[in-house]
Design a binder for this molecule. Structure first.
Ligand code: SAH
Length: 344
């Protein structure tokens, strides 16, 4: 029988579990803090728990720890890109970035992805499996142990589609913001989706104050379908309605992500369409010059074309930022390091 992973349980679940075993509730709290606040890598480190209990737990349960397989450090900006091995031998990537407002980590939510976006390297080998909450938490814990610095922002923008792993994502969001864990403010957590409408609507009902990023990338159904298969399932109209619901329920501004691909979605009409969608909503537009994916032949527009696109939006009263490209020298874009390592 597969063992139960202690690190997957919320503090409430762990407390119930301990009570059912005849253990005191405060022991559950101690254990939770060792796992999620002190980031212990082994039960034997948990010095205030009775040795007999530690031994029992070690025998009866799993305790997920990621193994750091590789880290690449950017000479340009100090960005660190990690390749981690999961307990079952699969690999995932996470990225640590330093900004003036604090350290930000980009985590993976799945091993591979089945969404099929044509510009994305993560999807080329398909989906292997979803990550557990413990495996998402461990990416942040392993990086914190390695850097010895506090993480203040988390973006779920690495490999995978978080809304395709909904229950574990919500569990992860609750646990990383728990006061008995790293206690990272929900306002500093961002979940990025290619636009699974049911997931967006469901997330708006969870009572979480996290930011939603929508990977928009095209502003007509026709163009979106050409680069993102998910657009065959949901129209832009349905997607915008889900975003509006998210804002109404949570009060959080949506972040529209728009990867600029030369000759594909960078025309003045595209800018006008984007301005139209953005102007009437509480949102922020983030322009990302596409990271070239050689297999697809996609290229980023010239810098002047990117700036011209931004200027067009501004003329139409929509402010947009151009995303700073971090770690370009270290396979910074989604899925590129795992792909190279596995030779997918
Ligand atoms: N599946 C989620 C989160 C992972 S992708 C989503 O789609 O949002 C994180 C972001 O990187 C998305 O906005 C995605 O569209 C974008 N992305 C993927 N490949 C890219 C590339 N080659 N260049 C620039 N952005 C890319």
């Amino acid at each position: 029988m597969e063992k139960f992973d202690l690190k997957n349980l919320t503090i409430e679940e762990l407390t119930e579990h301990f009570k059912a075993r005849g253990e005191k509730a405060f022991r559950a709290k101690q254990l939770y803090q060792w796992m999620h606040q002190k980031l212990a890598t082994d039960l034997s480190q948990m010095s205030n728990l009775p040795a007999a209990l530690r031994e029992q737990l070690a025998q009866e349960y799993d305790y997920t720890v990621l193994r750091q397989e590789q880290v690449q450090i950017s000479k340009q900006d100090g960005t660190r890109k990690y390749l981690f091995a999961l307990p079952d031998g699969n690999f995932i990537e996470s990225v640590w970035m330093q900004y003036h407002h604090g350290n930000s980590v980009c985590i993976s939510s799945q091993v591979g992805c089945r969404m099929g976006c044509s510009f994305c390297a993560s999807t080329l080998g398909g989906l292997v499996r979803s990550l557990s909450a413990a495996e998402m938490l461990e990416q942040i814990y392993a990086i914190t142990r390695d850097t010895n610095e506090r993480v203040s922002n988390i973006v779920v923008m690495g490999i995978g589609e978080p809304m395709d792993n909904y229950d574990n994502i919500v569990r992860f969001l609750r646990m990383i913001s728990d006061e008995n864990g790293l206690n990272i403010s929900q306002r500093n957590l961002t979940v990025s989706t290619c636009g699974l409408v049911e997931g967006i609507k469901k997330l708006s009902e969870e009572g979480l104050a996290v930011t939603l990023a929508l990977s928009l990338h095209a502003v007509t159904d026709e163009k979106r379908k050409a680069i993102m298969p998910v657009a065959n399932r949901y129209s832009l109209a349905e997607l915008m309605e889900a975003c509006d619901t998210y804002f109404d329920k949570t009060g959080r501004r949506i972040s529209f992500e728009y990867a600029l691909i030369a000759g594909v979605n960078d025309t003045p009409e595209d800018a006008a369409g984007l301005a139209k969608l953005a102007a009437k909503r509480h949102c922020h537009v983030n322009l990302i010059p596409v990271n070239p994916v050689t297999e697809r032949g996609y290229k980023e527009p010239d810098r002047s074309a990117v700036v011209a696109f931004q200027k067009r939006l501004e003329d139409l009263h929509v402010t947009a930022t151009i995303r700073r490209e971090m770690g370009r020298d270290i396979d910074g874009a989604c899925g590129q390091l795992r792909r190279k390592t596995l030779q997918l």
